[in-house]
Design a protein around this ligand. Structure first.
Ligand code: UD1
Ligand code: CA
Length: 469
């Protein structure tokens, strides 16, 4: 039987250099928090135990991860260093026998394959510890890893504790280690805090463990740590490059990758075209052949095949096949638009369901409405869904047409094949097959002049009013 694996993620620090009220590990990076991303990197190694060491903002961190199963939170009430943090897991692993992986909560770009390779190397060589390392052009700030022949680690020294000569070593500690738990547990209680920060450093254990081996990561970008907002932005850009490379290789056209952002959680089918200045977020799916953008934001929405969305914002919504959205449309709050619809300029749709082949081409608001198929919403039609206290529904049957500037005062139901006269304010239900006109009748007054110009040539002092409709 393969030996068991326990993982500890160090996430107790405040992240002082972020200058934030939010604990560092909860900062979002492309739709997921740093800590969620660190957990994602465990996808290929199958740990039996996942321990999260929390301290600063412990309750907030727990709540933010409440949706993730099989996590054990271990509290480190005082942050006395990375070694001290790992000491806190000892009571939880007193019976554990196997390998022990340590990850920093602020290293979010590790690939699952990197961790499985680290674990495999560790097991193949029967190491006491295997340290993930990289050669950095600028190693400033990182712990330096000193090795003799065959990548055997002799010592790890923090940047601030290094001599000028030691700082020339560009091999850095990624903060990712695989230990033999039994070997680590023996020496962990004996750490000393004799260093510049007076902290208990986990890195101090390597000189007492043998064999201790260093393994270079293939892609040094993976171990970029996040200590400040600049590094957060750099990590975002690394992540974006990865995501975009992935989708382009999968058959998606990104017309201008530099002006496009795509969250990790987004799914794109082949032959999707993403035009410039477009941002795809959350659990968004875009169907084959759809053209999105330019100038579009889509979040948590399902867009079917062959849809076009131009200069628009779509959130929490669904759009059916062949529908055209925009320019300047806004779909939100569970708008569900059917197939082959046309949603045009300055149309807002909220929590409404539209059948197939519906047109709402100009200047409308549809809220809490249910529309059948082939409905035509005239320019400027508004559902008055809110009475100042509550929202009310509007129902519109198949093939019904509303005239320009109609107001449908909810709750109201228009049957099928209804025509609403332009400018109507509809307050009562209308049965199938009716014309409804609900507006003041037009009147025309012959020979009328404004008072100020009424003179001798005015034909009538009291002009005759005539109905003219
Ligand atoms: C650490 C390593 C350094 C390595 C670098 C890689 C040590 C002593 N140094 O330095 O060799 O190059 O990571 O990114 O380990 N934490 C706790 N409790 C504590 C202290 C820290 O949970 O008491 C957590 C932090 O929240 C963070 C992680 O441990 O997620 C690393 O701590 P940090 O202070 O950022 O260590 P570095 O100085 O970056
Ligand atoms: Ca760090």
């Amino acid at each position: 039987m393969a030996s068991q694996l326990a993982v500890a993620v160090l996430a107790a620090g405040k992240g002082t250099r972020m200058k934030s009220a939010l604990p560092k590990v909860l900062h979002p990076l492309g739709g997921r928090s740093l800590l969620e991303r660190v957990l994602d990197s465990l996808d290929d190694v199958n740990p039996t135990y996942r321990l999260i060491i929390v301290g600063y903002g412990a309750e907030q961190v727990r709540q933010a991860l409440a949706h993730v199963p099989n996590l054990t939170f271990v509290e480190q009430t005082q942050q006395l260093g990375t070694g001290h943090a790992v000491q806190q897991v000892m009571p939880h692993l007193s019976d554990f026998d196997g390998d022990f992986l340590v990850l920093n909560g602020d290293v979010p770009l590790l690939r699952p394959a990197t961790l499985s390779k680290l674990l495999t190397t560790h097991r193949q060589h029967g190491n006491a510890v295997t340290v993930l390392t990289a050669q950095f052009v600028d190693p400033t700030g990182y712990g330096r890893v000193f090795c003799n022949e065959d990548n055997i680690v002799t010592e790890i020294i923090e940047h601030r504790d290094c001599t000028e000569a030691q700082r020339q070593n560009r091999r850095i500690n990624a903060g990712v280690y695989c230990f033999n738990w039994a070997a680590l547990a023996k020496i962990l209680p004996h750490l000393k805090a004799d260093n510049d920060q007076q902290e208990y450093y986990l890195t101090d254990v390597v000189k007492d463990l043998a064999p201790a081996m260093a393994v270079d990561v293939d892609d040094p970008q993976e171990i970029q740590g996040i200590n400040n907002r600049k590094q957060l932005a750099e990590a975002y850009s690394i992540l974006q490059d990865r995501i975009k490379d992935y989708w382009m290789a999968a058959g998606v056209t990104l017309v201008d990758p530099d002006s496009t952002t795509i969250d990790t959680t987004v799914v794109l089918e082949t032959d999707v075209i993403i035009e410039p200045q477009t941002h795809l977020r959350g659990k968004t799916v875009i169907g084959t052949g759809s053209r999105i953008g330019p100038g579009t934001l889509i979040e948590d929405s399902q867009i079917a095949a062959h849809v076009t969305v131009l200069y628009s914002v779509v959130t929490d919504s669904k759009v059916g096949e062949g529908t055209r959205i925009g320019p300047y449309a806004h779909l939100r709050g569970q708008a569900v638009v059917g197939d082959r619809c046309r949603i045009g300029n300055f149309v807002e749709i909220k929590k409404s369901t539209l059948g197939n082949r519906v047109n709402a081409a100009h200047l409308s608001y549809l809220g809490d409405a249910t529309l059948g198929d082939r409905v035509n919403i005239g320019a400027g039609t508004i559902t008055a869904n809110y009475d100042g206290y509550q929202k009310h529904p509007t129902v519109i049957g198949d093939r019904t047409k509303t005239g320009a500037n109609s107001v449908l005062v909810a709750p109201v139901t228009l049957g099928a094949d209804v025509t609403v006269g332009a400018g109507s304010v509809v307050t009562k239900d209308v049965p199938d097959d009716h014309l409804v006109v609900a507006r003041a009748k037009q009147s025309a007054v012959s020979g009328w002049r404004p008072k100020s110009v009424r003179g001798a040539d005015a034909q009538q002092a009291n002009p005759q009013e005539t109905d003219a409709e």
